[in-house]
Design a protein around this ligand. Sequence first.
Ligand SMILES: C[S@@+](CC[C@H](N)C(=O)[O-])C[C@H]1O[C@@H](n2cnc3c(N)ncnc32)[C@H](O)[C@@H]1O
Length: 269
Amino acid sequence: MDLTVFDNLRRIIYRESGIVLTDDKGSLLLSRIQGRLIELKLHDVGQYLQLILDDQGGGELTKLIDAISTNTTYFYREPRHFDLLREHLGELRRSGQKEIKIWCGAASTGEEPYTLCFEALELLDPISNSLRILATDISNRALEVAVQGIYAPETVKPVPDIVRLKYMEPVLTPDGEFWRVRSKIRSHVLFKKFNLTRFPYRLQGSIDVIFLRNVMIYFDGATRQSIINEMSRLLKPGGLLFIGVTESLLGVNHNLSKVDTSVFKKGKG
Ligand SMILES: C[S@@+](CC[C@H](N)C(=O)[O-])C[C@H]1O[C@@H](n2cnc3c(N)ncnc32)[C@H](O)[C@@H]1O
């Protein structure tokens, strides 16, 4: 790909999503937008760049961000985190707290927020606790899948049978039998488009648990710092922040205390 075209495209992607494409990512970008070029019948990436620059409505820009975002996720990813989540929710329940608020900040196609939902429902008291999960992502394409809550049999394999049968139901699709999260369960999860790199966040604070896993790897240090400032502000005192197990907060200033691998707690004081 022409270097100037690559530079322009990566600058736009950074401005719109915070996603950093290093010098060696030209072929990755090309492979991700190949489908757009074919669909739009464009012969080269320069034409695609021009289309993005002329795109007043922002529709193609949205598709570009969809194409570049990596949505890899699965049910019960990094399972140790869900043990810690259960412990924390157990403490909240015992303390008599009624409303539990969870935010999943890079929800992708929904497997992570639904896992949170299943685990929280297993633990909380259906009569005295109310559960609200906000699940956000920048990718429209991913959120469309998440809202449907329909998954292929291979995708639901990590969900223990007993949990799957309780919270999901079989549904016949043109591709065969899939599994759908039951509508009552889906109603606990509110999916919304949200860009983690637009500050300050217009969200209500006092959040008990934030999952922000496997997304900060795409950002630079300054963006990570601003994100952690916002997360720390929105967490309730005593609340937990989970990041991906391969991620760290090294180089980020914060006053959270580390309670386990990639799990941080906001002080009560
Ligand atoms: C690799 S997935 C991680 C999904 C899930 N958290 C997990 O750990 O399985 C990264 C997600 O971050 C989202 N993302 C990337 N940049 C974002 C931004 N600026 N704001 C919100 N979400 C973003 C992508 O769309 C993608 O769905």
